[in-house]
Design a protein around this ligand. Structure first.
Ligand SMILES: Nc1ncnc2c1ncn2[C@@H]1O[C@H](COP(=O)(O)OP(=O)(O)OP(=O)(O)O)[C@@H](O)[C@H]1O
Ligand SMILES: [Mg+2]
Length: 321
């Protein structure tokens, strides 16, 4: 009991030895602390320097970013102005070209029909037919250019109304059925009964459909088939599809053909007329309806273009006649 309560007595020598040991330990720790303080000072000096350099780099970066932003903004403004000037030029030119072209088309038709009396020479009559057809072809291109310019300038407007797509499909197919049968192509339509009507611009939907059908007729050989179908998807989107069994589009060209003036193949090997405006126009007109156009194709198998319009445009089914 007594042993636990009172520590064993130490001799003087032992005490002195312990004190000496403690002093050595304190001296060692003091040296270590000094060393740590020196190291800390050196590190904070390095940190301070690094901080200064970072601040300088940051300042440089901010200046460079501000400079680049200024340059980009200027380039963007320039590009916008150039695009606006191009659109205005195209719109002006197209308008100027249309006036004489209408005279060429009108008068060649009068000559072709010999409304003012007989032409007298069969070759001249054939020339009148060719002038009339060429004039109409040129007018089509000019109208497309004008439309692209209008869309780019943000001046194209939607004239929305209730549209019965079945009617528009029937009308467009009727219009192109002659051309298709002359090319040995069959056009099929598969529209479910009770297909809902759309809130859309009828003229523009028709323009898209005529362009897509025109492409399918151009790029599908004899004995080919074109199928026009429409349905409402499971999420309520309206899908209008034109599919053909034609030559198809190479995978690496699927994106570029959506750009204005781009066509597959080169001008020398291409056997079809066109200026490469149809698809970009269809895409732009669809996007004006807040929809999207998708292109799927396989070379040698065919092409399938789908116009997808948002559920907000889908109305109740057309009332039974
Ligand atoms: N159904 C299709 N089958 C195969 N190729 C197609 C089809 N539709 C478009 N293409 C390819 O995409 C290109 C671009 O089509 P787009 O309709 O924009 O122009 P285009 O028909 O050549 O000329 P435009 O429509 O101005 O008369 C076409 O030249 C053709 O190479
Ligand atoms: Mg086309």
């Amino acid at each position: 009991m007594n042993d636990l309560a009172t520590p064993p007595k130490m001799s003087r020598e032992q005490l002195l030895a312990q004190i000496a040991q403690l002093e050595r330990r304190i001296a060692r720790e003091a040296a270590a602390r000094r060393k740590a303080e020196d190291l800390l000072e050196a590190r904070s000096f390095d940190l301070h320097n690094a901080n200064q350099s970072l601040r300088a780099i940051n300042g440089d970066l901010e200046r460079i970013v501000a400079e680049r932003t200024r340059e980009l903004r200027a380039a963007h403004d320039e590009a916008l102005a150039a695009s606006r000037a191009k659109s205005q030029f195209l719109a002006g030119m197209s308008h100027e070209l249309r006036t004489p072209l209408n005279a060429i088309i009108g008068f060649s038709e009068v000559m072709q029909l010999e409304l003012q009396g007989p032409i007298g020479n069969a070759a001249y009559r054939d020339y009148a037919v060719i002038i009339h057809e060429s004039g109409q072809h040129l007018l089509g291109i000019i109208n497309d250019i004008l439309d692209v310019a209008k869309i780019e300038a943000g001046r194209m407007e939607l004239h929305e109304e209730v549209v019965d797509v079945a009617e528009v499909v029937a009308d467009s197919v009727r219009l192109l059925s002659d051309r298709a049968s002359r090319a040995g192509i069959k056009i099929k339509t598969t529209l479910p009964s009770g297909l809902p009507r759309l809130m859309a611009d009828r003229g523009k939907i028709r323009q898209v459909l005529l362009n897509l059908l025109g492409n399918s007729i151009k790029f599908t050989g004899k004995d080919g088939t074109i199928t026009v179908s429409a349905r409402v998807s499971s999420v309520g989107k309206f899908l209008l599809t034109v599919a053909d069994t034609g030559v198809g589009i190479p995978e690496d060209a699927l994106e570029s053909v959506m750009e204005a003036f781009v066509q597959c193949g080169d001008a020398l090997t291409r056997s079809h007329h066109g200026s490469g405006l149809g698809l970009p126009l269809c895409k732009a007109l669809t996007e004006m309806h807040c929809g999207c156009l998708t292109l799927e194709s396989e070379v040698g198998k065919g092409t399938c273009v789908t116009i997808s319009l948002p559920p907000q445009r889908v109305l109740d089914p057309a009332p039974a006649a």
